[in-house]
Each structure stands twice: as C-alpha cells, then as structure tokens.
Design a protein around this ligand. Structure first.
Ligand code: CP
Length: 323
C-alpha cells in the first residue's frame, strides 16, 4: 500500500477540489485504487483510536453511508450528528462548535447549506474538516466521479490523472448547482474541458466565480443555452436534479425552464459514440434524465456511487497522514 505520508505533510482540510495539489490528488487516486482492490482483506487502519464527527444539516444516502462505512473500515469511529441534535441548530456559533468539537474528536465531515459554515468550522477548529456538500460545492462527489472516469480510461497500471487530460465533460441542466460548480473546479484541476448548458438566469453564483478566480481558473468553462452544442464531442454527459435541497419552493418554475435540457436518448446520442453518462444521484427519471439513459450500458451511475466509498477512504487517510 502506497505511503501517503510522503505526499501529505501538514494538516489539511478538504473543502474544495483545489485544496489538494495535482500531486496530492494523484496520491489520493492511487490510494483509492489500492483500497478498492484490497477491500475486505484487512486493509490499513489509519483512523484507529479516532472518532470523526459527521455534522449533517441535509438528507443523504450515499454520502452518509459511504463516510460511516469508510471511517469504520479505516479503524475509526463515525459519530453522526444531525444539526437538530446539537446546539449548532439552536444558535451556538460555528466557531464555538468547532473549538469544542476539536477537544473531543479527530476530524469533521460536514454537510450543510452555507459554504461559509464549513469554512468557519475549518478556520476556528484545530482538526481536519471535509466538505460533504454545501450549496456551493460537492468536492467528494467530483473526486469520486473523476476517479471513476480515470479507472475507465487509463491503461492497466497507467497514470490515472493523465487519462483525464484533454477529455470533455458536458454538464446539462441546472448549470449553477453545487455539482456543476465543483465539476468546473475539478475539470480545471484535472486538465479537462467543460461545457455547461442550461436555461438563462441559472448562471453560477458570483461567489463561485470569485472562488474560481482565487483558485487560478477564472473563466475556465463555457456556458451555453444550447444543450446540443454542449454535448458535441463530449466524452461525458452529466446531469443532476433540477431542484436541489433548499430550492423546493422553485420546483414548478425550475421544471418548466429546464425541461428542454433533459438528457434524452437523442441528446445522449449527440455526444461521442462512446460517451459515458453520469449522475451523482438521486435521479428523477423522466425529469432531468430519461430512464432509458440511466439504463444505457454506457451509464456508470452506480460505479460513481460505489467509488464514493473508496475515494473518501483515501481522502480520510490522506488527512490522517498529514497530522
Ligand atoms: N450524491 C450524493 O451526494 O448523494 P446523497 O445526497 O445521497 O449523499
């Protein structure tokens, strides 16, 4: 098993894709691959004796279960805390919550609405923090997605990150959502091209554009209102739900304006002949994607979901190695 301490020297957080350098991301991918292929055979226990708190303010199936299982498999104890169960939900400050939890546990996995909250926990605490989704970004999803593509495209034993370089991903639908934002950041980090299509008025938030610029990737994406233009020459067609958590009051209007951006068999056929279909799930068949596309042999949605476990185990191992 590769030694992550050679790549991770200082305590780190994982709040956005660029919190790891390309070299560090390569180490995480290589470690994830080893963890995946050796799972169930007494793997490393870098979290032995540790407790990692998981503060979740939103629902979750994949993220919650993959982190709980992953922390357990690495020898640690996952402590699930829904927001309503702790004083954070009753007005205790983010900073005090971070300072107190830093005295008890060894790391935080946080799913919340406001990105400033996960940043505040990282800034005020003394333990590593992992962003398990905010309204702005979903970096664990994108690392797992990129790993899934690299696994498909790399030659056996080949360079995983090199397999991503120059490939094109088309994101169709709610082009301002957290997964779209995170894919923009990930595509730039991994040397991929990204084209996004969606209705006018659903652009990325100015907060995201500022964050992208601070990461050195200002303008590193193409937006269009033509779904067919976005998927032309694409190696991957990606979509997400049209009504993200917290946007429920906009449901009718979002369905109305996004219906022309549904991933139908016809739209998927307009990408490269060997293009892959991806969705972070949960999906709403018949809305953002047709059931026939979800069921297409080139749909890799469940590989994505499975790889959340392996990649997050590698991220947890990296942050533990950096102490
Ligand atoms: N893709 C994803 O984050 O799924 P959950 O909301 O079920 O965690």
């Amino acid at each position: 098993m590769a030694d992550l301490t050679a790549s991770f020297h200082f305590m780190k957080h994982f709040l956005q894709e660029t919190d790891f350098t390309l070299r560090e991301a390569a180490a995480v991918f290589a470690h994830a691959q080893e963890l995946k292929h050796t799972r169930g055979r007494g793997g490393p226990q870098p979290l032995a004796g540790q407790t990692w708190a998981m503060i979740f303010s939103k629902s979750s199936t994949r993220t919650r279960v993959s982190f709980e299982v992953g922390i357990h498999e690495l020898g640690g104890n996952p402590l699930f805390l829904s927001r309503g169960d702790i004083q954070l939900g009753r007005g205790e400050t983010v900073a005090d919550t971070a300072r107190v939890l830093s005295r008890f546990v060894h790391g935080l996995v946080v799913r919340t609405f406001d990105h400033a909250e996960v940043q505040g926990l990282a800034d005020a605490g003394t333990i590593p923090v992992i962003n398990a989704l905010t309204d702005l970004l979903h970096p664990c999803q994108i690392y797992a997605d990129a790993f899934t593509l690299a696994e498909r495209w790399a030659a056996p034993g080949g360079d995983l990150l090199a397999a991503l370089r120059g490939r094109k991903i088309a994101f169709v639908g709610d082009r301002g959502c957290n997964v779209a934002n995170s894919w923009i950041m990930g595509a730039n980090l991994f040397g991929m091209k990204i084209s996004l299509a969606g209705p006018p008025g659903f652009d990325a938030a100015p907060e995201f554009d500022a964050l992208l610029a601070r990461s050195g990737f200002a303008g590193g994406y193409e937006f269009t209102t033509d779904a067919y233009a976005a998927v032309r020459d694409a190696d991957v067609v990606y979509t997400d739900v049209w009504v993200s958590m917290g946007k429920e009051e906009e449901t009718a209007e979002r369905i109305r304006v996004m219906t022309p951006f549904a991933v139908t068999p016809e739209l998927f056929a307009a990408a490269k002949p060997d293009a892959l279909f991806m969705h972070c799930l949960p999906a709403h068949p018949g809305q953002e994607v047709a059931q026939a596309v979800l069921d297409n042999p080139r749909s890799i949605i469940f590989d994505q979901a499975e790889n959340r476990l392996h990649v997050q185990k590698a991220i947890l191992s990296a942050l533990a190695a950096a102490r």
